[in-house]
Design a binder for this molecule. Sequence first.
Ligand SMILES: Nc1ncnc2c1ncn2[C@@H]1O[C@H](COP(=O)(O)OP(=O)(O)OP(=O)(O)O)[C@@H](O)[C@H]1O
Ligand SMILES: [Mg+2]
Length: 467
Amino acid sequence: MVAWSQTPTAAEVAVVDDDAANATSLEKLLTREGFVVRATADPRQALRWMSGGSPPAVLVTDLMMPEVDGLELLRTAAVHAPDTAVVLMTAYGTVETAVAAMKEGAYDFLTKPLRRTDVVRAVGRAMERSRLAIENRALRAELERTGRSREIIGTAEPTRRAIALLEAVAPARSTVLLLGESGTGKEVFARALHRASPRAARAFVAVNCAAIPENLLESELFGHERGAFTGAATRRDGRFQVADGGTLLLDEIGDLPLALQGKLLRALQEGEVERVGSSRPERVDVRVIAATNRDLRAEVEAGRFREDLYWRLDVIRIELPPLRQRSEDVPALAHHFLRRFAAENGKALLGIDRDALEALQAWRWPGNVRELENAMERAVVLARGSAITLADLPSHLQLRVHDGPRRVLSFPVGTALAEIERDAIDATLALTGGDKRRAAALLGIGVRTLYRRLGAPGEAIPTEEES
Ligand SMILES: Nc1ncnc2c1ncn2[C@@H]1O[C@H](COP(=O)(O)OP(=O)(O)OP(=O)(O)O)[C@@H](O)[C@H]1O
Ligand SMILES: [Mg+2]
């Protein structure tokens, strides 16, 4: 909605007619019917009502007037007071103009000479229409607000900062770079950014640069001409063209092949793309959000990512910290997933008991929110009682609270890392009762790594992939 638009405050009717006698008689008629009425014979006065101050809920205006006519009032209302319903009055013979005015958004029209019952009915209906328009707008705004906050869960300081930044940059067209480990919510933020932007009604398109084979990626992004390559039987739009007017998420941007990086840079700088097999640039109006869990700076240093593209992407950077650095978000996220999976599984679960919640908050969450989401899905499916208990959580989480107060290790500064590591591993194994799998999970390393560190002779090293 335009920022300067006015919401009609009172259920008021404004009457405008350069024929002063007619304006006055309408004012009397409508007042008798119980409406709050203001009337004027000066259309410029009416123009001021519509463009500033407080527009009425209903505007009843003559169509043909000197200086400012009914159409101009109608257009002004459309811009500055979109909730005002406009009723036009026309003399016999100008009905065509009235019909044209309806197309421009007039709510109704009355032909002169006016009949009392027609006027009252038209104004009554217009009043109702204005009320609905206001109500709808309020509902939409509310939906948008709660929709957004429902989508991004979390109130920890870093999460709030990221949301605030998102809302601040949403109205702009600037490129946004979303950084964060896998599962931290980059896609969630990208979608929220699109929804909060003026592009919300247009397309949101996501491309995972790592998932599309290199030889197809160019045409996938920029489209191709018919016959551009074998198999290109028809001319096809790329994701840039599909996202025209909207938002394009380039996920895993760190995996974009060098050969395409130059082409992307051009698209960002010129707002133009070239289809494969064509040398004619096409204009596209796309807001680009780039996301990655890689260290793009390091990619630049390693020569795998163009520095000029890096700078072009890093205009507004939103960093999503790993979940372990915002553990205050864990309870809210856990309850959010609990409600969702309980509903999906037709379970009437009440909550998460204290021990389980403590265990959830203590875990490191190497897979971040996605890992928490999966743990909650599993817990909901397994849960027997009315709440999630420790027993419903994955076993490596259970240890955290099970064994009562834990040993604390301390080292004099200057101790060799190897020695610290050795003691940490020993103490953790003591905690798990020798269970290496659990110890590895607690230490945040793979089981094979743990075996290697232990140099455990004679023991078979498990063959599964490290997690
Ligand atoms: N703040 C959040 N509120 C609610 N759900 C979230 C939030 N953050 C992440 N999620 C959920 O966690 C899962 C992972 O999020 P998402 O796919 O956005 O992560 P990502 O950073 O894009 O991960 P990857 O790098 O692996 O693509 C999704 O199912 C998403 O709905
Ligand atoms: Mg993602």
